[in-house]
Design a protein around this ligand. Sequence first.
Ligand code: PTJ
Length: 251
Amino acid sequence: MIHKNHPRYQSLKLREKIVNAYNHGILAESGMIAHGRGEAFDYLLGEETTSNAKNAVKAAAAALILAKNPVISVNGNTAALVSDEIVRLSDDLDAKIEINLFHRTEKRVSIIENVLSDAGAKNILGTDHEEKTMIRGLDGPRASSSREGVYIADVVLVPLEDGDRAEALVKLDKLLITIDLNPLSRTAKTATITIVDNIVRAIPNLIEAVHELNNADDSTLHQIIRDFNNRENLDETLKKISDKHTGRVKP
Ligand code: PTJ
């Protein structure tokens, strides 16, 4: 029982969701650890969306609208926190949803498939009933990708992705969009567009940005992407974190 007046109410509610998801087999054990790391960065960011995250969301929306074959990659943490919103985003963009797990087991794939179909997803890729292709440069179960999904995608949204997979996808010339609260992670630095924000705020913001930009002409959308510089955006985010806390700690 968490009281609404508790200063950490939202954060504690998310923890509760994460623990429930673990108990239902959606989350990998290390998904809880990953969430804790994200929580620490969210705390440093003041648990709010920065203007840099808004810029990245705008660029991501432009890239997803322009994409010929957009794919949204879903792992355990994403399914646990934002499955309804992922389905809405995929409907709005006509983007495919593919389950891709770092700690892949048949059981977790099928549990996550159920979570997504309960949220309204109709065509879920990456399951065990379909033939897969291996992503070059990776090995083991995390290398698998759907032939109709990530394998042929031009733009891939991969929230909370591991660095090796992010690098392998960029090497395959995918425009990679990630959501990662850690601006220093290898994935954050490797992706084409990194949204440094909590996925529970980033996906709803992305849905809104897609609605706003949906009728923009292609040249406007291309310009938004050209104007976005991931490296600069990450540096500014780090500076914001530092400025926010400088002077608070007495020597
Ligand atoms: O479900 P699986 O098997 O695919 O496993 C998923 C995890 C997340 C366990 C796996 O991909 C993993 O180990 O990821 P990492 O390398 O720990 O990276 C996760 C990143 O996500 C970290 O940089 C965290 O800071 C960040 N993160 C955690 N929670 C959130 C987040 N970013 C945005 N929103 C969050 N809620």
